[in-house]
Design a protein around this ligand. Structure first.
Ligand code: FAD
Length: 423
């Protein structure tokens, strides 16, 4: 028996040797060359700007608050503080909030807030048999959610380095998994949710790992970002391809490519609002100044999704604004890819990113606008132009690309700092 096993092993070894020997001569480890990617550069210029928007992300160092409180007959479930990740996490935290609401015996609920968190919470309550009324001071398109970029960035600007608990981590992981699945099911159904390839141009071939929606293909993440990226479940990780020189049109040595989920806020929020109404929901415009105003509501199950509004309404000292600003250029339907600082949408080419912690004013920051627009102009001018189909150069097949005129690659900003988008 032992002898037979030895013989088999020897045979395998001999076969392996000869096979390896052949391979060693015939197939030197050459890098696989991909067909060059043909991407249309964004036509970035100051005279193509159609609007600049400002929004305040609701950030808490310890992460979103998801907790039920009892006041006599009433239960208030808090679901706020999603930082730069509310568009990504909303379906998940909405599910957890609806589960907390189910502990109450009544099946009529008030949802405070009509941003993405309030709307998805309303739907998750409806799916569990609640009749729902949304009360909000502002409705889409006038919510922070409408001012988001927005793609699947479940850890962006979400937590600080301290304050998280193991319980919160568990909530977060569950919320990510649920949200990721829910968003996938909305693709192709008029919700403005689509998959798109994102490219991170870089001079470093390392750091291929990284987390979708978190640090992504950018430079080194902040300590808080790195910590929350590490929490992401493997199920939301998709492969990243490293494209080498000649395989991509950017003025860098490499580009990393990975698929990401994109949300078009104006389509997405309206679609969910319509769903809430279709399933019997009511939407009432009302501002609450104190918790006493809320106590007067007829519903005994109340889910608080007021985002940054919770700072004053529920006196949460931990909640702080993180100002964001987007510059939107004329739409370019031929731009079908994202870069770490640009997301094409049907309502415009959106450029980010600005993250100003603790800044609560809604004024356009001209310095930040200049930085973002000038960087985009330099970046897209440095891209190689795609070959024209039918021009005789057969560029689409053989990757014959032309340099855009007038820009020396040396003039573009350092890529690792330009590609700092989180959300
Ligand atoms: C520039 C920018 C880019 C972003 N990009 C992304 C991204 O790529 N991916 C991502 O996942 N997230 C992104 N975000 C973050 C995302 O937009 C937020 O996390 C999300 O919008 C928070 O949703 P919300 O429903 O909690 O808050 P909001 O949208 O602000 O909604 C709050 C609701 O509560 C109501 N309300 C508040 N106070 C009161 C009150 N006292 N009485 C009555 N009603 C009240 C408001 O009127 C509103 O209806 C971005 C944000 C910004 C600013």
């Amino acid at each position: 028996m032992v002898q037979k096993a030895r013989l088999l092993a020897t045979g395998a070894g001999v076969a392996g040797l000869s096979l390896n020997g052949c391979l060693g001569r015939a197939a030197r480890p050459e890098p696989v060359r991909r067909r060059p990617v043909n991407l249309v550069p964004v036509d970035a210029s100051w005279d193509r700007i159609i609007r600049t928007t400002v929004g305040l992300r609701p950030h808490r160092d310890s992460g979103f608050l998801l907790r039920a409180e009892k006041f006599d007959d009433k239960t208030i479930v808090h679901n706020f503080g999603h930082g730069g990740a509310g568009m990504s996490l909303s379906w998940g935290t909405a599910t957890l909030a609806a589960e907390l609401a189910l502990a109450h015996s009544e099946r009529s609920a008030a949802v405070l807030g009509c941003g993405i968190v309030g709307l998805t919470t309303a739907r998750q309550l409806q799916r569990r048999g609640f009749s729902v009324s949304i009360y909000a001071a502002a409705l889409p398109p006038a919510t922070t959610s409408n001012m988001s970029l927005a793609s699947f960035t479940p850890t962006s600007g979400l937590v600080g380095v301290r304050g998280r608990t193991p319980e919160w981590d568990a909530q977060f992981r569950r919320a990510v998994e649920i949200s990721y699945r829910e968003h996938q099911l909305l693709v192709g159904r008029d919700y403005g949710v689509t998959w798109i390839d994102e490219y991170a141009a870089t001079n470093s071939a390392g750091a291929q790992t990284g987390v979708r929606g978190g640090a992504g293909g950018r430079g080194a993440p902040s300590p808080a970002q790195a910590q929350s990226d590490a929490l992401l479940p493997p199920s939301v990780e998709l492969g990243r391809e490293l494209l080498r020189e000649g395989e991509h049109p950017f003025a860098t040595r490499y580009a990393r490519r990975y698929p990401t989920l994109r949300f078009e806020p104006s389509i997405y929020l309206d679609a969910i609002m319509r769903d809430v109404i279709t399933f019997g929901g009511r939407i009432v415009m009302r501002r609450f100044d104190t918790p006493r105003d809320i106590a007067l509501l007829q519903e005994n199950v109340i889910v608080n999704c007021t985002g940054l509004g919770s700072k004053t309404l529920f006196n949460d000292p931990e909640l702080i604004p993180v100002k964001g600003q987007l510059v939107v250029l004329v739409p370019q339907p031929e731009v079908t890819y994202a870069t770490s600082n640009m997301l094409p949408r049907s309502d415009g080419i959106v450029l980010g990113h600005v993250m100003q912690s603790g800044v609560a004013n809604m004024d356009v920051d001209e310095e930040a606008r200049t930085r973002v627009v000038d960087a985009a102009i330099a970046f897209f001018r440095s891209m190689r132009m795609p070959a024209r189909a039918g021009s005789g150069d057969r560029g689409r097949e053989d990757g014959n690309v032309q340099l855009r005129t007038g820009e020396a690659p040396a003039q573009i900003p350092p890529v690792e700092s330009f590609f700092g988008r989180q959300s």
